[in-house]
Design a protein. Structure first.
Length: 383
């Protein structure tokens, strides 16, 4: 077994009303910030909570929210230009995955004279200097928040690109369950299933270890409580808090192991066709489980039993099948698409995204060795 080395990069503050203390925490890193914010947050209470907290602590800030459906390299360039011209002390990212990734890239490149295209066209080594980043997620999970990677769509080709960032770039994560008020019930259901897909794929990964296993098993338990209720009255934590706790731990557990084919394909499909990653991951998850049942059935059985998806006395094969059925039942209950063809995409359009996925480094860390042909077979099964 390889040595286990663990260093947590950001400080994590998770709990209700933590966003109200943003100004206090921000002053530890400076007094002039670029706030990159999801545009829809201006229409609800979230934007006010963020700006009020900064204003009360006399923190200077300006907001960048000109973010398209898919955050691309042109958006990165625009945000980076604003940050440099204002000579900011740090960046605060408020929103979902695209906003957090966009902010990570801005912080990574702030002290670099190269453009984003120099970074994605060659072997990019990020500079040692970096701008402090504070993340305020408004969803319950994120693919890259605990990693040294960020994602953006190449404006020239619509291909997904992963950009390496510095370790320790993100200094603080404020995870406040109350900030999820802008999400619809369907979005919450999709994101809950995407969190579960992070957990399942991290648990199955060839890079799984005792630490990621421990984190993921607890994440699955919390997500199960959030989606199904808790046994008896032993846990009285509100659903939105359970989802945030489970999503945070699933994101952390997968980052200590590796993400899998569902996440890989959802990134590529989102960049090329602007389909939400959580929706694609939800559709693919039962097919990921059925594929893995041929080589890691015992691990799937463990997760099925944690979720109470399997019955007492079920064999490992029966438990794995029950886990796939459990996910399909959640998809049906939430009335979200169960097949990729319901996303108004042709199989030819999806094949382009599969080719893009094959160029991303995640393909080298999947639970089993897979080529683009194997990924396309999975797409066809889910279509």
């Amino acid at each position: 077994m390889a040595d286990f080395i663990f260093k947590i990069s950001p400080n994590i503050v998770l709990g209700s009303y933590t966003a109200n203390r943003l100004g206090q925490y921000a002053l530890e890193y400076g007094s002039n910030f670029l706030v990159i914010m999801e545009p829809i947050l201006k229409e609800c209470e979230v934007a006010g909570k963020i700006t009020d907290s900064l204003a009360e602590r006399k923190v200077d800030y300006f907001i960048f929210d000109e973010i398209p459906v898919v955050a691309d390299t042109e958006t990165v360039q625009a945000a980076l230009k604003l940050a440099k011209s204002a000579k900011v002390h740090g960046v605060i990212a408020v929103g979902g995955g695209k906003v957090l990734s966009l902010a990570k890239i801005v912080c990574a490149l702030y002290h670099d004279s190269r453009t984003i295209y120099d970074c994605i066209d060659g072997d990019f080594v990020p500079p040692k200097e970096m701008l402090p980043l504070i993340c305020v997620p408004t969803t319950n999970r994120d693919s890259f928040i605990f990693t040294d990677k960020a994602e953006a769509a190449d404006s020239r080709s619509s291909k997904a690109k992963l950009i390496k960032t510095q370790n320790g770039l993100c200094r603080l994560v404020l995870w406040d369950p109350n900030l999820q008020i802008a999400l619809t019930e369907k979005q919450v259901a999709c994101m809950s299933l995407e969190s579960l897909s992070f957990a399942v794929e991290g648990y199955l990964s060839q890079k799984a270890n005792f630490f990621s296993d421990m984190i993921i098993e607890k994440a699955v338990q919390l997500l199960g409580y959030a989606m199904d209720g808790t046994p008896g009255l032993s846990v009285t934590t509100p659903q939105e808090v359970l989802l945030t706790q489970g999503g945070c731990m699933a994101s952390l557990g997968a980052s200590c192991s590796s993400f899998g084919a569902a996440n890989l394909l959802s990134i590529a499909i989102n960049a090329r066709h602007a389909i939400p990653r959580s929706l694609t991951s939800s559709i693919l998850l039962p097919h990921i489980i059925e594929d893995a049942a041929s080589f890691k059935v015992e691990r799937l059985a463990v997760l099925a039993r944690i979720l109470n998806a399997a019955k007492e006395g079920d064999s490992a094969d029966e438990a794995a099948a029950a886990l796939a059925d459990y996910v399909r039942q959640k998809i049906a209950k939430a009335n979200i698409p169960a097949r990729l063809k319901e996303l108004s995409l042709s199989i030819d359009q999806l094949s382009l995204a599969v080719e893009d996925a094959g160029d991303l480094e995640f393909i080298n860390a999947l639970p089993r060795s897979m080529t683009t042909d194997d990924l396309f077979e999975m797409i066809k099964k889910a279509y």
